[in-house]
Design a protein around this ligand. Structure first.
Ligand SMILES: [Zn+2]
Length: 52
């Protein structure tokens, strides 16, 4: 599975881990995350992430 990096704060979204605190289950692919999800650290949208 892939990892995606926030270009603003360098938070890493790991598809294997998900974002349980943000309601994203482990194993959720980045493209399947709802569009209203934001970076848990700095609050920017998905369009600010790049695949690692
Ligand atoms: Zn961020």
């Amino acid at each position: 599975m892939a990892k995606w990096v926030c270009t603003v704060c360098n938070y890493v979204y790991d598809e294997e881990v998900g974002d349980p605190d943000g309601g994203i289950a482990p194993g959720t692919r980045f493209e399947d995350i709802p569009d209203d999800w934001v970076c848990p650290l700095c609050g920017v949208g998905k369009d600010q992430f790049e695949q690692q």
